[in-house]
Structure formats: C-alpha cells, structure tokens
Write a protein that binds this ligand. Sequence first.
Ligand SMILES: C[S@@+](CC[C@H](N)C(=O)[O-])C[C@H]1O[C@@H](n2cnc3c(N)ncnc32)[C@H](O)[C@@H]1O
Ligand SMILES: [Zn+2]
Ligand SMILES: [Zn+2]
Ligand SMILES: [Zn+2]
Ligand SMILES: [Zn+2]
Ligand SMILES: [Zn+2]
Ligand SMILES: [Zn+2]
Length: 446
Amino acid sequence: MVELEKNKNISVHMDTLEQHPHCSHGPTILFSRGLDGKKFYSCAAYRDKKKCSFFLWENQSGEKYVQQFERDPIISKMIRFKLQSRLKFVKSLNQENRIYCHKCNELLPKSEKHLHLEHEDFLQENIDDFKLSRPSQLLRPFQESKRESQYFFTDSTINAFLNMFKSLNIKYVVCIGAPTIHEQIVCKVPVLKSILLDIDHRYLQFYQCNDFRWFNLFNCYILEECDTKEILVDLLSKEDSMAVLIDPPFGGRLEPIAYTMKKFDDIRLKHNKNFLTKFLILPYFMERYVKSCLPEMSMLDYKVDYSNHKKFNDTGRNKGSPIRLFTNANQSKIPLPSDENYHFCEECNRWVSGENNHCYQCGGCMSKNGRKYIHCNLCKKCVKCTWKHCKKCKKCCLPDHRCINDQIKTSSKNKRQGQNKKYKSSINLKSTMIKKNIYNEEIKRF
Ligand SMILES: C[S@@+](CC[C@H](N)C(=O)[O-])C[C@H]1O[C@@H](n2cnc3c(N)ncnc32)[C@H](O)[C@@H]1O
Ligand SMILES: [Zn+2]
Ligand SMILES: [Zn+2]
Ligand SMILES: [Zn+2]
Ligand SMILES: [Zn+2]
Ligand SMILES: [Zn+2]
Ligand SMILES: [Zn+2]
C-alpha cells in the first residue's frame, strides 16, 4: 500500500510527532498530499473515517479544534484492576458458567446473562480454559476492517518463529500485533517471556499489565492512562536478549514503524542493553521500502502462512504465501524448517527455500517470489522462470507481453496522423496505469 500511497503522493512527517495534536489513538501523524503539499494531521491508526474521523489542517491546530473529537473511554489503572478481578472470577467458574458477549466485547459470568438479553445472537457460552488462555481463538476477527485485518499464523509458522527465537537465544519477545505468538509463548514455552502490544482493546480483559498493553504501533503510544515512556523504559530495559516481532496490518506505512523501532532502540541504548533483534512481517515485494526505511533489515526466504487467509498460505497459491519475514539478525543463525524443504546454502551462508537454487553467475540464491528463477545470459541476471527473453525488447518479459517496439510503432503512426501530443500523454498514462494495475493485481491476489 506504500506504493499506492506514493502514487497519490502522500508523504509522512514524523519529526515532531510528540507535539502533534492527539486523537483517541494518540498523537496524530502529519501527512501531505498532492502537488501543493498542503499538510494535515490525521489518525495514526486508522485511515477509515468511520473508525476515526480526526482531520485537521496543519495551520488549524489548537485546542479549539482538537477538542471537537471524542476520546475513547480512558483505561485507567482502576479499570484494569476491575478487569483483572473479573477475569479471576470468571476463571474460577466452571466453563458452563462463562459467557462472552461479542456485542459488548465482554467476558461475563452466566449470572449476568440477563443484562445482555438483547444480544442473544452475540452470546458465546461455555468458554473453556483453552479459549480463556487463547483469546485470539475466542474473539471474532475484525476481518472486514482495513486496519485490524486479523489473520492468524498456522501452527507450523508459529513453531518456525519459536525455533528462530531459540536459535538466537532470545529470552523475551515483544509481540506487536501478533497475539497467537504471545499466546503460544505464555501457554507452552516457559523458558521464554513475552508481552503483547496491540491496538485491539479487547485483549485488556484477558491479561495483566505485564502481559498486554493497549498500544498503537504507528505512533509508539500506549493508549492507557499512563506515561508511555516510563512503561516502555521499564519493558525494554528488562532483558538483554530481547526480540520484537511485528505483524502489522496490511496497508500500514513503513515510516511510522521505523519511528517506533528507533524509539525502542534509543531506550535500549540509553539503558546499556544489547541491540534489539527485530522481525517484521510483510509481503516480499515490499523489500525495497523496508530497505529504505529500515536499512538494517534483510529478507528471509521463509514463507509466513496464515490459517484463515485464502491466499496467504501454501494452499492458496502455487508458489506459497507471498508474506516474508524481515530481520536485522544474522541470517546464517536462523535455520528454516528442513521438513518444509528449506535448505542451507553454503555460498550465501543462509537458509533458503527448496526451489531457490544458487546462481553462480549472480552470486546468490536470487528467487524472491517463491518460484524458481533462471539465469538469463543476455540480461545477465536471474529472472522469473515464467519469463522468456524477448529479442525485440532486449530483456526478459512475460511471454504474452506487448513489445515496446510495437508500442512505439503505434505511437509514430499516430504521430503521422498529427495526434502526436495527445498520444504521447496517453501512452505515458497507459504505462502508469499498467504499472498501477500490476501493483493492484499484486495486492488483489492476496
Ligand atoms: C494481520 S493481524 C496479525 C495477527 C497475527 N498474524 C497472529 O497470528 O497473531 C494484525 C494485528 O495488528 C493489530 N493492529 C492493527 N493496527 C495496529 C496498530 N496501529 N497498532 C498495534 N497493533 C495493531 C491488530 O489488532 C491485529 O492483532
Ligand atoms: Zn484516531
Ligand atoms: Zn452484551
Ligand atoms: Zn545461495
Ligand atoms: Zn543468476
Ligand atoms: Zn533475458
Ligand atoms: Zn518484447
């Protein structure tokens, strides 16, 4: 989506974020759009007006405007305390006496069912211990929402992540937008500690402060009544060997994620802790944006699978999921599952997928999209195996492409017809549209 937004020329300005006006989701982000580059503040978490309608031109800022916007209920220490005692109480009941109301997003004892009589269709009864300890399985995913697209990892992907933490000797994992990893660590991996940071406030009622914080990744802000900095310092200076794993919602910009990572790094540095091992999950074709915003990160060949997403897994597409893991860790220290056909390439000193063969001419395992690449001696580089070298275009292209020469011919024919100017712009427009469509197609294919 970064690309789509770049096409619309939207820029993000994060330098003075701490002074920006706040919406219910913390400091807003300063954006600028179009040729005049007029700047405006908008919500850091939601682009959808229904979710957050905050909008303010830069020169409009001031209390008067800011106060027009309603705040979500503030989660104070008192509320957290009440939620915790409620959880304790519900846990102490038999599963037949536990209910979850999906309308009120509330865990409740059966004795309070009469208070939700109008929500009959939303009541889920018989909440067992498994669901209580894995709220992601209980809560209804917000799939319809653009931002909180809650697609969950498959068990094999969760295991692969846990093995990576083990190989890197990680002791503490900060899971941002990754509830299933947090749940697995809490329930099954006693040697690891973990905290979940997520914008989904429903998790508040299942966890204590040490296990969950209501957090906005795109402005590094804790949405509870607390001092964000104090809490982050406390969290990030706990452990020497710490990792952060981020599964951001699709469509999120990278600049704000880089902003949050820089804040984390600064805290670690100030408190003399080792550098933070980072894992960021994004589609493979976002690689160049990741490199420009977070240059320390490189792309692992591991395909991240989601269980409730039609195309982000190995069944949906013949080349497997297009989602990858980016990391600042040394790739040679991250073994990928050999039972899923990953192997170690001695030349590259990293693990790669089964179909990624080493190319001695290019000096690397060059496949990015999960399919075989073949070396083209004329292009002097590896290309997708579905491409063929076209003599006319002098490069490898899809077999059914329209040759550049043919396009030029059409254009000169029209030139002769005296429509030169008009056509030139239409060709430019067309090629931009083709590029855009390719990108849209990429997105749609998910
Ligand atoms: C694609 S889902 C990831 C779920 C993950 N694959 C798992 O299995 O645990 C994205 C997650 O990011 C969270 N999220 C969305 N926007 C966020 C934000 N601005 N700050 C923090 N978390 C956010 C959502 O609530 C959701 O849990
Ligand atoms: Zn907002
Ligand atoms: Zn209810
Ligand atoms: Zn190689
Ligand atoms: Zn090659
Ligand atoms: Zn070629
Ligand atoms: Zn051609």
